[in-house]
Design a protein around this ligand. Structure first.
Ligand code: FES
Length: 126
């Protein structure tokens, strides 16, 4: 048997705007431990072999932070808390049921445009 790829990647936005920056960002003094909490949870549940928490830069939905993207599936969780992390791990990651009420509203997470469509919009020939 080969070395198995992860079943899930949990991309937690770790961007913290500098003090005095007018725009909100996902990490601030009150929630800076969320990534640590997430990693600990994954460990406690015995999921390390197949669930990979990843610290990522801004995912461009800053108003709704803290955000975490679960792949595969393009599921973007918003307003992340410890309580939400507990439920996401139990219900989505382990049981396979994404938690609709924690996901970003559809109007802010519309269907993706294809790379070829994006190139056309940018005026670059594919
Ligand atoms: S700072 Fe997290 S989405 Fe922008």
């Amino acid at each position: 048997m080969g070395f198995p790829q992860p079943a899930f990647y949990l991309f937690k936005c770790q961007f913290q705007a500098p003090a005095g920056h007018p725009k909100p960002s996902c990490v601030n003094a009150s929630n800076a431990d969320l990534f640590g909490y997430l990693s600990q949870k994954v460990m406690q549940k015995g999921l390390m072999a197949t669930v990979m928490p990843v610290q990522t830069a801004c995912l461009n939905r800053c108003q709704m932070g803290p955000v975490m993207l679960v792949e595969p599936g393009h599921h973007l969780y918003v307003g992340l808390t410890r309580e939400k992390i507990d439920r996401i791990i139990d219900e989505h990651i382990i049981e396979g049921n994404p938690i609709e009420e924690f996901l970003i509203p559809e109007e802010f997470w519309d269907k993706a445009i294809t790379p070829k469509e994006a190139m056309k919009m940018a005026g670059i020939g594919a």
